[in-house]
Design a protein around this ligand. Structure first.
Ligand code: ADP
Ligand code: MG
Length: 540
């Protein structure tokens, strides 16, 4: 009897030991998984938390007060109602669902903000009433932070895509527009040069207006192209201080007398590698906006200096490489901007100005130029306390070519050489033919690359220069030029285009011996470019 009792009690001891060990295992596992346990006796309203749950809620071990209300006290007020409703609904519908899962922020006992996920199951008593709940909880702040970061990135990406899409649209429109403007300006030139002292003055005035309006339209198109980053630029080593000095007279004309211009700079400013007309455009666009923001007068400050964008800054702005930059800042004491305006200023066509006063292209253009030059732009503004724009340009590569003044061209722009013109647009082809012939050149025209090839093959005598549109159906200008250059390496090539779409120019820097003329161009621009190319051959 006693023996069997002994055996029985050894069994019981073993059993307790096994249970103890598996309990320990569970505890370690939950601890390793950072998972807390909780139990809620609904009838007695008593809540028990495991030490891990207390740790998640930032409560010293054993200090949790043990009621639902004590748990609810960790939930921020704006979340509390939602959670209460969720839990009550669950308990009321408990016959259908027996599991609950929800997340919410908490303010921990030690004051730290975090997020928890709670999971629980319901147990019913014999009468089928909800009697108790038990479950686990975990700190999910890492997951929430990653989710928020992903969403922020998504918003940034969408913004970038929108800018890119509008840029492409703008570039496409500008391309067609440039063809039309070239025809208007060119024919205007021809008509103007046909005027003499017998021509009615009204006609002369009207022609002048036509040309002027077309030039304004051309300037607008150029802005669009700069935004869409398809403008061919001629970067060189530029000292920003000098460029701004040269701009000052224009700035004085632009700004009313009640605005003071304040100029500051470090004496030794490293050069930057950029097309100087782009710097001018940045300064002018920013200055005009500053003027508009200071309708009652104020101070416009232009500052140039060296600035370091550190790693912390670069981490916040993924497109920025940490390092030293040449900085240009343009600040005003004007009316400033609110957050909503600030978030949209670089969008093309975004303007807060009255119809006719703003195009919404100023900052979009600045943005496009800065990006094209691998730079960075930042803005600081508050309503009523003015605005600071800072533009950062990278230090130039050592190989950058020096700022050499362009070779002075001879005033005689006529010539007798033979020029092959390939252009698919009838208007432009006709115009160029008229312009070149009247300057004395021998002109052969072709409406596409294939025809140009054929005419080249059948032409008796020397062809000195190929003047070709870049974008033509079937064979683009680059391919045509390459074909002819292979047959005749000394042929000069002049591309004309409304935009380049990187076909001839990589980052806007052109090959030697090849020139580019942007549409719309004037007669003088065309003849000067051709003369320059033909002369280049003679000097070599
Ligand atoms: P626009 O000047 O034609 O409106 P921009 O692209 O140059 O177009 O500017 C967009 C908008 O940004 C402006 O309409 C204005 O609301 C705001 N803005 C730009 N610069 C400033 C500034 N210096 N101060 C206050 N607001 C500005
Ligand atoms: Mg503007």
């Amino acid at each position: 009897m006693s023996a069997s009792k002994t055996v029985g009690s050894v069994d019981a001891m073993e059993l307790i030991d096994t249970v103890q060990r598996s309990n320990d295992k569970l505890r370690y596992a939950l601890h390793a998984a950072r998972m807390g346990l909780w139990e809620w006796d609904l009838l007695a309203n008593s809540v028990i938390w495991s030490p891990e749950t207390e740790a998640i809620f930032g409560v010293p071990e054993g200090q949790f007060k043990g009621t639902y209300e004590a748990y609810a006290a960790f939930i921020p007020p704006d979340w509390l109602d939602r959670i209460n409703v969720k839990v009550t609904d669950f308990l009321n519908e408990a016959s259908d669902v027996s599991e609950i899962l929800y997340q919410h922020p908490i303010v921990r006992g030690d004051g730290v903000d975090t997020w928890v996920e709670v999971r629980g199951t319901l147990t019913k008593d014999a009468a089928g009433r909800a009697a108790s709940m038990a479950g686990i909880c975990a700190d999910i702040s890492d997951r929430i932070r990653q989710e928020q970061e992903r969403q922020n990135l998504e918003v940034k990406l969408q913004h970038a895509q929108k800018m890119e899409a509008i840029g492409q649209l703008a570039g496409g429109v500008a391309h067609d527009f440039n063809n039309i403007l070239t025809a208007i300006l060119g024919n205007g030139d021809i008509a103007m040069s046909a005027l003499d002292e017998h021509s009615p003055p009204r006609i002369a005035a009207a022609l002048e207006q036509i040309v002027k309006s077309a030039q304004r339209a051309a300037a607008l198109t150029r802005q669009l192209l700069a935004f869409s980053r398809r403008q061919v630029t001629q970067p060189r080593t530029v000292n920003l201080n000098k460029t701004i000095d040269d701009l000052e007279p224009m700035l004085h004309r632009l700004l009313p007398e009640n605005i003071t211009i304040n100029r500051k700079s470090t004496s030794t400013l490293p050069s930057v590698f950029i097309d100087p007309t782009q710097v001018e455009q940045i300064v002018m666009n920013l200055a005009v906006n500053a003027r508009d923001a200071m309708s009652n007068g104020g101070i416009l400050t232009l500052y140039t200096g060296v600035a370091t964008l550190d790693k912390t800054y670069a981490d916040d702005h993924p497109e920025v490489l940490p390092g030293k930059y040449v900085m240009l800042s343009v600040s005003d004491s004007g009316k400033g901007m609110d957050k909503e305006t600030l978030s949209r200023i670089y969008e093309p066509f975004f303007t807060t100005k009255e119809l006719g006063l703003g195009t919404g292209l100023g900052l979009a253009t600045v943005y496009g130029i800065v990006k094209q030059n691998n730079g960075h732009i930042s803005v600081y503004s508050e309503p009523g306390s003015g605005t600071v724009f800072r533009v950062y340009f990278p230090f130039p590569p050592d190989t950058a070519k020096e700022d050499v003044p362009e070779i002075q061209h001879r005033t005689d722009l006529t010539g007798t050489e033979t020029i092959l013109v390939a252009e698919d647009d009838d208007l432009i082809r006709g115009l160029v033919e008229t312009q070149l012939s009247s300057a004395g050149y021998n002109v052969i025209t072709a409406a596409n690359g294939e025809e140009a090839n054929e005419k080249y093959a059948h032409h008796e005598g020397h062809i000195d220069l190929l003047l070709t549109d870049v974008i033509m159906p079937d064979m683009n200008g680059r391919v045509l030029a390459d074909t002819l250059l292979e047959k005749q390496p000394n042929i000069k090539v002049l591309f004309i285009s409304g935009y380049t779409a990187n076909i001839i120019a990589n980052h806007g820097v052109q090959d030697a011996g090849v020139a580019f003329l942007e549409k719309p161009f004037t007669l003088k621009m065309l003849l000067t470019k051709i003369k320059g190319l033909l002369n280049q051959g003679l000097q070599e």
